[in-house]
Design a protein around this ligand. Structure first.
Ligand code: PAF
Length: 287
C-alpha cells in the first residue's frame, strides 16, 4: 500500500498509528539512487515514511529553486513499483502542498552544525547545509523514524546530519547508503538530466579521476603523497570546484593518521555542478 499525504495534520494522524518506521527524505525527481534507499528501508521496516519536498531553505539566491523538477506522478509510480516487491508493506509519502506545512510561519529556528556546514561544499554554497539540517530536523520531528537513510553521494551532507543527530541527542539511526552509478561510472543524480550527450560523455572525468586516485593510493598510506601530487596536477583544469582528500570521520584535511579517507570532488560541467566522492580504506605500516 502507498499512501500520499499533502498536509502535516494528515501526516501526524497517520504517524500515530505506527510504531517503528524507516524514513527516506528526498526532494523528489526520483531515480534508482533514491529507490535503493527505499528498498533498503523496506527490507528493514514494514512501514516506511518517504518525503518529497523541495526545500526552499537549502537553495541560495542564485540557485534555481523554481526550476527544480517537480515530477510527483512519475515519483509515485517508481515508489509503487518498489513497494510492490515487499508484500504487506506500507509506504507513506509526505509531499506537502505548501512549504508552510513544514515550516509554519511561527517557526523561525535554524539548525547550524558549526564548522562542518561552512567547510568545502558549504563554503561555495553559504547557508546550504543550515537549510538541509533545519529541514531534516523538522522532518525527523514529524516522522519520528527509527532509522533514516541517506545516499553517500552527498557525503558532507551525511556527516552534517550525523553530527546534528549526535549533538542534539536525537533517537534516530543514520544509515549511509552506497552511491549508485551508471555502468560507465557516472554517479546517478537528478542533475544529470541537464547534461547534453556530449557533456554526459565528458562528465566521466569525475568518476575516472576518483578511480585513478583510488588506484594510486591502493589502500596504502605511503601512497598518499603520490595522490596529493596527482591532485595538484588535475587541479590545473579550472572546472574542478574542488578535489580533496579528507578524513572520512572527522572531515579533517589532516589525514596523517587516518584509517579511512574520502576523496571529494565537484566538477563544473557547463552550468551543472557534478558532485561525487570515493572512499579509501588505508593500511598503515607497522611502527
Ligand atoms: O539530499 C537531498 O535530497 C536533500 O538535501 C534532503 C536530505 C532531502 C533535504 O532536503
Amino acid at each position: 500500500m502507498v499512501i500520499l499525504l499533502r498536509t502535516t495534520q494528515e501526516l501526524e494522524a497517520e504517524r500515530s498509528k505506527d510504531s517503528t518506521v524507516g524514513f527516506v527524505p528526498t526532494m523528489g525527481n526520483l531515480h534508482q539512487g533514491h529507490i535503493s534507499l527505499l528498498e533498503c528501508a523496506l527490507s528493514e521496516y514494514s512501514t516506511v515514511y518517504f518525503s518529497i519536498f523541495v526545500n526552499p531553505k537549502q537553495f541560495g539566491p542564485n540557485e534555481d529553486f523554481n526550476r527544480y523538477p517537480r515530477t510527483l506522478e512519475h515519483d509515485i509510480s517508481l515508489i509503487e513499483k518498489a513497494q510492490s516487491k515487499f508484500p504487506n508493506s506500507k509506504v507513506v509519502v509526505y509531499s506537502p502542498l505548501d512549504p508552510k506545512e513544514v515550516f509554519p510561519e511561527s517557526s523561525n529556528q535554524t539548525i547550524s552544525v558549526l564548522g562542518l556546514s561552512t567547510d568545502l561544499e558549504g563554503k561555495i554554497r553559504p547557508g546550504h547545509f543550515d537549510g538541509v539540517a533545519t529541514v531534516v530536523y523538522r522532518l525527523f520531528k514529524l516522522t519520528k523514524p527509527t532509522t533514516a537513510y541517506f545516499g553517500l553521494k552527498d557525503y558532507q551532507q551525511y556527516l552534517v546530519i550525523k553530527k546534528m543527530v549526535k549533538d542534539l541527542n536525537m533517537p534516530v539511526k543514520i544509515q549511509g547508503m552506497p552511491i549508485i552509478r551508471e555502468t560507465d561510472g557516472l554517479a546517478l543524480s537528478s542533475l544529470n538530466q541537464y547534461l547534453t550527450p556530449e557533456q554526459k560523455e565528458a562528465s566521466l572525468i569525475l568518476s575516472k579521476t576518483l578511480k585513478s586516485l583510488h588506484n594510486t593510493i591502493s589502500g596504502k598510506s605511503e601512497n598518499l603523497a603520490k595522490a596529493q601530487k596527482l591532485i595538484q596536477d588535475y587541479l590545473a583544469d579550472k572546472n574542478w570546484n574542488y578535489l580533496e582528500m579528507r578524513d572520512s570521520e572527522t572531515f579533517s584535511r589532516d589525514i596523517s593518521f587516518s584509517k579511512n579517507i574520502t576523496i571529494l570532488a565537484v566538477y563544473q560541467m557547463g552550468t551543472t555542478r557534478l558532485l561525487d566522492n570515493m572512499q579509501v580504506a588505508l593500511s598503515r605500516p607497522e611502527v
